[in-house]
Write a protein that binds this ligand. Structure first.
Ligand SMILES: NC(=O)c1ccc[n+]([C@@H]2O[C@H](COP(=O)([O-])OP(=O)(O)OC[C@H]3O[C@@H](n4cnc5c(N)ncnc54)[C@H](OP(=O)(O)O)[C@@H]3O)[C@@H](O)[C@H]2O)c1
Length: 175
């Protein structure tokens, strides 16, 4: 099953600090994330957001599960409890398997660092959506280098919020 990755990185590919984002809340980036991961062409289908257990816990309770999308959380803890509508899996491969019963359009890996590292070299990774933030922040979690074989395309002009400049890109696998 093909899938995409979506991430926001700073200039050093930093993505997280203390299980939170390293930068102040950027509404424009959140809107972009919501739109890219929610948008479907077939209204009978939904997209999937697949994430590691720590990323799940980093989402404020009031905002999870991420609405309008099928939420899949990966954990090796068999006793882990989540809301009824959230799917759990103990590996990335089993995460894709639990989706076989669902009417889905696209799958997005939405973090965190461990899941990005696990999936970025996967041949089924067809696109990487990156918000490039033009600053450095104090980070303890990082995004891997984009492998060879992807073509970079800008999806927006540079944007500035709270004095922080960022821009949306997509890397598509070249055929
Ligand atoms: N900037 C961004 O776009 C962005 C996006 C998402 C997250 N983040 C940040 O990234 C940080 C979290 O990343 P992280 O690497 O520490 O944690 P993570 O990848 O979110 O979660 C790690 C946990 O997920 C489970 N897991 C991961 N891979 C698995 C696999 N293949 N099979 C089964 N379970 C698996 C394990 O849970 P158990 O320990 O329960 O077994 C593991 O401890 C936070 O700071 C967050 O804010 C940033």
């Amino acid at each position: 099953m093909k899938f995409s990755i979506i991430v926001a990185t700073d200039k050093n590919r930093g993505i997280g600090k203390n299980n939170d984002l390293p930068w102040p809340h950027l509404p424009g980036d959140m809107k972009h994330f919501r739109e890219v991961t929610t948008r479907v062409t077939d209204p009978a289908k939904r997209n999937v957001v697949l994430m590691g257990r720590k990323t799940w816990e980093s989402i404020p309770e009031a905002h999870r599960p991420l609405k309008g999308r099928i939420n899949v959380v990966l954990t090796r803890n068999a006793d882990y409890e989540v809301d009824e509508e959230v799917l759990l899996a103990d590996s990335f491969e089993n995460g894709l398997k639990v989706l076989e019963m669902e009417e889905i359009e696209k799958i997005f890996v939405v973090g965190g660092g461990s899941l990005y590292a696990h999936t970025i070299e996967n041949p089924d990774c067809e696109a990487i959506y990156i918000t490039e933030i033009d600053q450095t922040f104090d980070c303890d979690t990082f995004f891997p280098e984009v492998p060879e074989g992807f073509e970079k395309k800008a999806l927006s002009e540079p944007i500035e919020e709270k004095g922080i400049k960022f821009q949306f890109f997509v890397y598509n696998k070249s055929s």
